[in-house]
Structure formats: C-alpha cells, structure tokens
Design a binder for this molecule. Sequence first.
Ligand code: TYD
Length: 390
Amino acid sequence: MAKVKFLDLGVQPIANGFLTKDEFDNEFFYNLSVGFDAESLLVSHMEFVDPNLMFNDSYAYRGSMSKTMRDHFKSITKEIKKEISFNPKVLEIGSNDGVFIKNWDAENTFAVEPCGNFAEETNNLGYKTYNNFWNKDLSDKLKDAHGKMDVVFSANCMCHIPDIDEAFSAIENILSDSGFFIFEDPSLEDMITNCSYDQIYDEHPHIFSVSALNNILKRNGLCIVKVDSIDVHGGSNRIWAKKTGNNIVHPSVTNTLEREHALDLDFYVRFHEFADEVMRSKKELLTLLHNLKNENKKIISYGATSKSTTVFNYCGIDKDLISYITDTTPEKQNKYSPGMHLPIVSPEQGFNNSVDFAFLGAWNFAKEIKNKEKNFKGKFFTHVPKVRVL
Ligand code: TYD
C-alpha cells in the first residue's frame, strides 16, 4: 500500500550540514514531507535524501558529546552482559565515534560506520570498523570474515536506512540462532504526544512505532521479544529482537502495541491532527520570539542540533530572531547552521549573562543543561511539548 502524505515541513537543508560562508551558494535543499502507510503502519518521508549527502567523511554529530549519552551506553552494555553468560561476538551498526563499542573488548567487537572520519577514529582505537553503509552484501562479507554475531546493536541508525526491509533481513542473515538484535530509535508515540516534530529531518526517513516495527521485523524473520521505553533523544524505544522461533515474549511488547493502538497510531486521521498541532506550535514559537525581540531581548539557541535545523527552517527563524547558537562540538563551532545560517560559537564564547533567553535546541538534554548552567541568569525556552519559557 502506498503511503499517504500528512505533513509538509517545507524546504529543508541537510540537518547536520553545518557549513562555512563560502559553501552557502552550493547548499543542497529538498522538500521534507511525511506520510503514513496504512498497511505496515510505517511513518516515513515521502521522498528519501541520498544517504551519501548526509553520512560522509565530514559528518559532524558526535555521540560522546554528552555525559547523558556516555552513561546511557555504559548502562545498556551492562544490561546486555547480564543477559548473556558468555563473551559474545558483538556487531554495532552505525558506531559513530565509538561511544558504545568502547565499552566492549576490541577482539570480539566489530563495527560498521559509513562516515569515514569516525570509521578511521574507531579503527585507530583497535575496533575493526567497516567504512560502509549497512546492507545484505556487507552482512555476507562480515559473516564470511567473522562468522555469525551473538549481539547486533544499533542506536539511532536503523531509522536512518531508507530500505529498512533489506537492513533487517541483512541482520537476520548475520545473527546467531540464539542472538539478540538490540536497537533504539526515536519513538513515534513520544513524537506525537510531545509535538516534537523536529525529530523529523533528512537523517530520519522513518519514525518508528513499535506497531510498524513489529510488522516489518516479522516479514524479515525477526520477532520482538521486549520493548524498553527510554528517555534518550527525547523519547525512544529500545527493541530487543530475536530470530523467529520459540521465543518467550515479554509483556512490554503487547503493552506497547496496545498503548499505541489506544493513541490511534494505526490511523491516518491521528497524523492529520498532528499536522495541525505542528502548525500551531510554529505560530506560537514565532509569536514568542517576536514579542521578546520587541522588548529588545538578546535571544540565542543552546545546542546546534539537527532537530533545530528542522525548527528554524520550517518556522523561518533567522539571525534577526536568534543571534547565534552555542555548541560544544568542535566540528560545529565557527560554522553556520544549515539553511538559516545562524553563526555557531563555543559556549565559552557565547553563553554568558549578556543572554536574556536561550532556545533549547537540545531540549532532550534539558536536565543535563540546567544542571550545568546553574549560574545562568537568563531564561531557557522550548517548543516541546508546548511553546513556553522555563
Ligand atoms: P542531539 O540532541 O543529540 O542532536 P540531534 O538533534 O542532532 O540528534 O545533540 C545535542 C547537541 O547539543 C550536540 O551538538 C552537543 C550540544 N550540546 C551542547 O552544546 N551543550 C550541552 O550541554 C549538551 C548536553 C549538548
């Protein structure tokens, strides 16, 4: 069944494509719209951006930039080790700067990472990292070279892959008979209930509900055995899957499917309502920004996130409304934000008490940020779940 469009977020740039002034003229833009497939229940973009334009040797997002994420990967490693009594062979798909694999011993751990800068970094740390996109051919190659895997882990990567059926069947191909496929991605339920439409950008061609995953994994020989609802990345699901067979299925699976059904995540009409909520959120954010500007307040943004690329471009927020963005990532500093070209500076340079209001571009780290910035005399504001000053 074909997907039916429900939301148009307008013309958007590459969300992580932070750029220099001399790159402005050649910036790539595309139209970002989203649809629902009533048969598989999958929410995905109407058209996919070519992965080579996003995941290349200058990819800027570093998973290890926040303590929250470093701790998160330590803790899931502990949990996996509790489930498996022997020393497992582990494969991570989308290993980024190694924030997960660094918790495992290099001898039994393999990684796949299409961004050359990060593949090189983790290869240099001793983790055999394949600098490729994940697909069936690569899974055959890895199986020949290293045998089947006891754990396949992937965080914020499966939802990046346009051909999700091929990605899952390639995992089924390399997973040992008793192995676990564990993956986490932003949750559709959280996005809909929090109106966090900024989860939608080029790198997330799919926003997964567990209901959709259940259908798609099943048709690729995999079965969900447990679901953890986790709060990273603004609300995610961690799926534990195994090969189809005699599996014990944890009650969290049925509970999640029932909850999603109760929220109408299997009906087009709910997504149509969501589109109205998104438009309302845009109006309210622009009203707040204009009111603050009229009072001559200095407004900046905290965290140059992909999410804020969607917000700024959809709402048309430029330098007249937000003076600049601060971010701790060296690769983003002294560059400009995609599309709206807001300058990005380090927090040392730009986050101080001359700032009256700071938009939480990284609202998903609100707790960590508020803790860190206790001396800030200005105010933070956000659009999630509602536009408001904190
Ligand atoms: P994240 O929310 O994971 O981004 P995305 O929407 O791209 O998935 O990234 C958070 C960004 O915010 C990252 O560039 C680092 C930055 N950051 C700060 O500048 N200061 C902080 O205290 C934290 C926690 C993050």
